[in-house]
Design a protein around this ligand. Sequence first.
Ligand SMILES: N[C@@H](CCC(=O)N[C@@H](CS)C(=O)NCC(=O)O)C(=O)O
Ligand SMILES: [Fe+2]
Length: 359
Amino acid sequence: MLIFRQLFDPQSSTYTYLLADSEAREAVLIDPVFEQAGRDGALVRELGLRLLYTLDTHVHADHVTGAALLKEAFGCQTAISAASGAAGADRYLEDGDRIDFGKRSLTVRATPGHTNGCLTYVLDDESRAFTGDCLLIRGTGRTDFQGGSAHTLYRSVHDRIFALPNACLLYPAHDYRGLTVTSVDEEKRFNPRLGGHLAEGDFVGYMDNLGLAHPKQIDVAVPANLKCGRREGYAPAQQPDWAPLTLTFAGIWEIGPNWLEENARNVQVVDVREPDEFTGPLGHIPGARLVPLGALAERAKELAPDRPIVTVCRAGGRSGQATVILKKAGFERVANLAGGMLRWRTQRFAVEDASESNE
Ligand SMILES: N[C@@H](CCC(=O)N[C@@H](CS)C(=O)NCC(=O)O)C(=O)O
Ligand SMILES: [Fe+2]
């Protein structure tokens, strides 16, 4: 079975696609975005997948690829077309190459025109294809920079994408209106630039008059993408360095009980349960300060601004929301205790005032 997720970066309107074999648990990510690498990594971890490849459809002009960050985090391989001119990829793809993940695979089709090195990745059963910026939903990639050519793009779409089965679903690298998917049949009939009876000359005329401003990030994105997303001295803002925190796909930074047990002295443990739970069956972590969730926004000023905070509750739900409240109140170094008191007690770590023993 195929695991399939479509992910969105609102800043650049980029779609990233996660594909995996549900049995082998092997995965690939198509067109990850630098700023979203933490989110994508969280999904890979939570679904219990092994990331084999990041697959860029082309050297993007509008955002930096997450390829290098994901390689660093997961040890996966980075792949892009040989024709892209990008340096430092682990695998350089050519037309006809196959990328295997478990029993599933993607086949590479060279679809130049938006850039020289643009690829479309076609799923093994031709039920889905990932067209990058070659064919967009009722649109196409622009052809006015990065070696673009309207003639070449027209041929790529007609010869390589419209040659797929009519029912094949097409997933682009961008959509600027929030549209998510189309099909070969739909685009053959309704694409306003090259569908229906429109000929190559009509397309070229259309593209010559697009009148788009250059992407805002082009001067940063292209040089970084020519190095597969490596940016010396520039880490994504998100990764905290005060503890080995993990980001959840829900967007919450968590710390495991083992780390907290060893480092409790260096942080403020804030328990956000109700008072009767604090001294109830589960008890609380020694040294924890009780601030029920409902009072947290109001009482946040009681907490020291210069020491990291770990929030705790019964199972890790309310304390996750507590991290959101504390961030809003201006605290930067905040993490949720993963699994809350329930997991803490399964580990048999020390508690105070428990009305029920751990044995
Ligand atoms: N406004 C966007 C640029 C959008 C853009 O130029 N997108 C490229 C893809 S890299 C494109 O081909 N757009 C085609 C279109 O919008 O019709 C930005 O500043 O990043
Ligand atoms: Fe592009």
